[in-house]
Design a protein around this ligand. Structure first.
Ligand code: A3P
Length: 299
């Protein structure tokens, strides 16, 4: 099916989730051609859940031995998305991509729902880090982001209209709740394979989450590293303040067109309260309760 209204001409439902025309070509190509390898690591997110942040964190964590000096770090001169590309976006208009030059372990990111991942990901011994964010902040962040991306002549998109669609599941990679639930259940069933993390947890207790993440990824911090402040260096390097003020993130675009700076807005928990009415909050909370609470997932 294709949805009418804003992005009408552009959103198509495939395997239960909504994609733009452009993304969908990439999704189909990567499902067909991508060859996962044992040891690959995937960051999986819903759009606007903090992917840019976790890309920076995971790259720094996994490659910390290669880049011990944070003053010479690749993140100072590369946008985080360049260091961990979006799988399905890489495959837009391409078939034969060669990722063999990537250093081990290979790092990829994706917004794909669990059941849409390329078959070889399921068949290989890969690790998936799923980062999610509370639906209210995710929605507001998405609304800002898509308004920035929208060509000027598409007309304005009200918060109300976009909200209605989000609640009906019609948004990039929506329904939001089904996306989260797929990975949540998988993380309960196969905790060695899926690490489930919330943006809010990462904000509230970054050191503890970084430690957990390092253990899951098989590169725990040594006592010496703990004592020498490596954890704090990574968190500082990847902080909103640091990343958003780097020249490389103020200029330039991804090859899919989005400006680097569009990925940095407020970077806070609870900003949605400045935008949503009491009725909106009630509605979205009710959906979250109905869809997720019975599975033991709360925000
Ligand atoms: P806001 O719009 O609420 O500010 P994604 O990277 O998945 O597109 O998510 C973007 C959201 O993550 C934006 O949220 C952005 O500001 C926030 N973000 C980007 N870098 C961050 C960082 N280093 N720390 C915390 N939040 C960050």
């Amino acid at each position: 099916p294709t949805e009418k209204g804003w992005m009408a001409k552009h959103l198509h439902q495939y395997q239960g989730f909504w994609h733009t025309t452009r993304q969908l070509t990439g999704v189909l190509a990567c499902q067909k051609h991508f060859q996962a390898q044992d040891g690959d690591i995937f960051l999986v997110t819903n759009p606007k859940s903090g992917s840019t942040w976790l890309k920076a964190v995971m790259f720094s964590l996994v490659n910390r031995v290669s880049f011990p000096d944070t003053k010479q770090h690749p993140l100072l001169t590369n946008n985080p998305h360049a260091l961990m590309p979006f799988l399905e976006m890489e495959y837009v208009g391409k078939e034969n991509l060669d990722f063999t030059s990537f250093t081990f372990p290979r790092l990829f990111s994706t917004h794909l729902p669990l059941l849409s991942l390329p078959r070889s990901v399921e068949d290989s011994d890969c690790k998936l880090v799923y980062l999610c964010r509370n639906p209210k902040d995710t929605f507001v962040s998405l609304w800002h982001f898509t308004n920035k991306l929208r060509p000027i002549d598409w007309g304005s998109t009200s918060l109300e209209e976009t909200f209605d669609k989000f609640c009906r599941g019609v948004c990039l990679y929506g329904p939001f709740w089904d996306h989260v639930l797929g990975y949540w259940k998988e993380s309960l069933e196969r905790p060695q394979r899926v690490f489930f993390l919330k943006y809010e947890e990462m904000k509230n207790e970054p050191r503890m989450q970084l430690r957990r993440l390092s253990e899951f990824l098989g590169c725990p911090f040594t006592l010496e590293e703990e004592n020498s402040g490596v954890l704090d260096e990574i968190l500082e390097l990847c902080s909103f303040e640091n990343l958003s003020n780097l020249e490389v993130n103020k200029i330039g675009r991804l090859h899919s067109g989005q400006e680097h700076q569009a990925f940095f807005r407020r970077g806070e928990v609870g900003d949605s309260m400045n935008y949503l009415t009491a009725e909106m909050v009630e509605k979205i909370d009710m959906i979250t309760e109905q869809k997720l609470h019975c599975h033991g997932l709360k925000f």
